[in-house]
Design a protein around this ligand. Structure first.
Ligand code: FE2
Length: 140
């Protein structure tokens, strides 16, 4: 389970809220796995995680584009890698080749927190340097 710490905040209110929501979904998935819930419940939560991750990443990418953030390419490639990895995992799960395990949850947790404290923090710093603290809701 991930407990939120203030050092995970990047100082941009909308993105911090979205990160909280992502962490909440990962925690729900972890809770469902530990309680050995039905596969359909786990699949539904995983689908929610993928859906919400894609909306959040698209929002960050739209903002990076809007404010001409210079390190956009490496940031987007980290996003693509995670989405590809979760979708591959979802396919394996659906085909019965994989099960939701503590290792998968640890991977998700570590990936998300590393991405937030390193990559998203740099974006937060860039925006705050320009006096931006809130980017508004995703325009999708
Ligand atoms: Fe990001």
């Amino acid at each position: 389970m991930i407990s939120w710490k203030s050092c995970y905040d990047i100082g941009i209110a909308t993105f911090d809220d979205e990160h909280h929501q992502l962490v909440g979904t990962i925690n729900q998935l972890y809770g469902a796995m530990r309680e050995k819930r039905a596969d359909a419940t786990l699949e539904g939560l995983l689908q929610d995680l993928i859906h919400y991750t894609e909306i959040h990443f698209a929002h960050e990418e739209e903002v990076m584009d809007r404010y001409r953030f210079d390190a956009v390419d490496p940031h987007c490639s980290e996003h693509r890698q995670l989405v590809d990895k979760i979708k591959q995992f979802q396919r394996d799960l659906n085909q019965g080749k994989e099960r939701l395990s503590a290792e998968v949850m640890t991977f998700l947790r570590n990936w998300l927190l590393d991405h937030i404290v390193e990559t998203d923090m740099a974006l937060g710093r860039f925006l705050r340097d320009q006096g931006i603290y809130d980017c508004g809701p995703p325009k999708l």
